[in-house]
Ligand binder design. Structure first.
Ligand code: ADP
Length: 481
């Protein structure tokens, strides 16, 4: 089966969050299952062509494309996705992608990703390659299903292709002013209040994907149900309820080549459950890095996160002083919201000997925190899937999560009586509930035997991509024309 995979970030080239991990791993696994994959990404300034052995494609240079009234040119780099037969095409348009940030608040944000999506179609046409499936991911690629159906010339070329739109986070609707409809070469007659292209007086790229894709998926079963309710649907719950028979929840996997304690190249000491005591050496290395004192009796709580409202870190801030009265050390890695950045920086000043924060993005440190912490804290208000809790489980680091979305599907609460569960979770999104749960985790840490059994259950879980990729393949087969 031929699959066009379109997305805005991908490991190992460029990453801001979990989407990049998924896009780096799913096409790779699909290609192992026999699919022919062409993966499309923007060529951002931060991507180093040399480092990734990318080459300019000779017949795809200075290709003109119309965005509204303007003609813009783009070129194409390509390369092989590492450890895979999948081919990656990068849309190079310095005027749009040669910026410091990969997502911006600049006035031409819509145009950047309109160009990206039109360029993907143009490249496929010039390569004379018609995919069976066009798999779009999040708002940056949400117009593609509509373009295939509504744009006269694209419909002629791609009416034999089916589209799947995957929601990785419904909290980012990609909403722009209504002039984006004509810039995208979509018909204005589909834009009217309550109509398929309209969303609160603008054009939402994500909503457009939901309306026009042949099928919709999201990244966990619980999130698939949650987003059909007003509390989680971000205004899209009505459409999703209408289309619930076309909506699938498929849990993300994790790339075990990058994220397994046995093989991880970025941690100082590899280990498996058999020699899980070696995990302690990573804890020592982490504390050394954080300039905190190692004491086996004191559990280390790790946080790795985009500092966004979604992640529930306001709850941590609200119960922070109470939490620091417990015997605990805390290590934080994250960036984003300036208020939270300032809070974590000042907490590190105040509790120099027990609290460490690195404000920034650092993949190597993320691996060290995952391996070196005892508890991983993820109190998200909503979480489509979440990867860090799965990494933590596989690294013998007990996740402490709020029961929502993919966290609810992967972390089973410890049960004292039945000796079940692989982590600790709570329901109420309140500082009080979080504080009580932290206390519960710290108490449990003292019960060495129970703790070890919980670690074992987590490390035994199989989160590899194989099963999830097969589930995607089933959807592809169902919608294929
Ligand atoms: P989201 O996609 O909402 O950010 P996920 O849990 O699905 O959340 O994925 C987050 C990914 O980004 C994980 O691989 C995590 O390790 C990584 N990550 C998040 N923040 C940082 C950071 N500051 N430095 C390094 N890696 C980070």
């Amino acid at each position: 089966m031929k699959i066009c995979f379109a997305a805005s970030e991908c490991v190992p080239y460029i990453k801001t969050g979990g989407l990049a991990d998924v896009v780096g791993a799913l096409p790779k696994t699909l290609s192992k299952l026999g699919c022919e994959i062409k993966l499309f990404l923007p060529f951002y300034k931060a991507i180093d062509a040399k480092q990734h052995s990318l080459v300019l494609v000779p017949n795809l240079q200075d290709v003109p494309i119309k965005i509204g009234e303007n003609t813009i040119q783009f070129s194409v780099y390509s390369g092989k996705l590492p450890n895979s037969k999948a081919i990656v095409y990068f849309i190079d348009c310095p005027q749009y992608f040669g910026r410091d940030q990969i997502y911006t608040d600049e006035p031409d944000e819509a145009e950047r990703f309109i160009l990206f999506q039109h360029a993907i179609f143009e490249v496929m046409l010039r390569l004379n390659w018609t995919p069976d499936i066009i798999h779009c991911n999040d708002w940056q690629t949400g117009l593609m299903p509509a373009l295939m159906k509504l744009n006269f010339s694209l419909n002629k070329q791609f009416n034999k292709s089916a589209s799947l739109f995957s929601i990785h986070n419904i909290g980012y609707p990609g909403k722009f002013t209504k002039d984006s409809v004509s810039k995208a070469n979509l018909p204005m007659d589909q834009y009217y209040p309550g109509g398929p292209l309209e969303f609160y007086d603008g054009l939402s790229f994500l909503k457009t994907g939901l309306v026009y894709a042949d099928a919709i998926s999201t990244v966990s079963k619980t999130y698939a149900t949650e987003i059909q309710s007003p509390a989680f649907g971000g205004g899209m719950d009505g459409i999703l309820t209408d289309r619930k028979h076309d909506l699938f929840g498929i849990l993300n996997g994790i790339d075990t080549e990058d994220w397994s304690p046995q093989k991880d190249q970025l941690i100082p000491h590899n280990y498996s459950f058999k020699n899980v005591s070696d995990k302690k050496k990573n804890k020592q290395a982490l504390l050394k890095h954080a300039k905190l004192k190692f004491d086996e009796k004191i559990p280390v709580v790790g946080i790795i996160s985009r500092l966004a409202q979604q992640k529930g870190l306001d709850l941590v801030q609200a119960c922070f002083e109470e939490m620091m009265k417990f015997q605990v050390q805390v290590v934080v890695l994250g960036n984003g919201d300036k208020k939270l950045e300032t809070f974590f920086k000042s907490a590190a000043q105040k509790y120099k000997d027990r609290f460490f924060a690195y404000i920034g993005f650092d993949n190597e440190l993320a691996h060290l925190i995952t391996a070196g912490s005892d508890i991983f804290l993820m109190p998200s208000l909503y979480e489509p899937c979440g990867l860090n809790q799965m990494y933590s489980l596989n690294y013998g680091t007990i996740p402490l999560v709020r029961k929502t979305g993919g966290l609810a599907d992967t972390v089973k609460d410890y049960h004292e009586y039945y000796s079940e569960g692989n982590g600790i979770s709570f329901n109420e999104p309140t500082p009080h509930a979080l504080l009580l749960t932290i206390k519960r985790a710290l108490d449990l840490y003292k019960s060495k035997k129970q703790w070890r059994e919980m670690i074992k259950r987590g490390m035994q879980a199989d989160f590899s991509w194989e099963n999830s990729a097969k589930a995607y393949l089933e959807i592809y087969k169902e919608i294929k024309k």
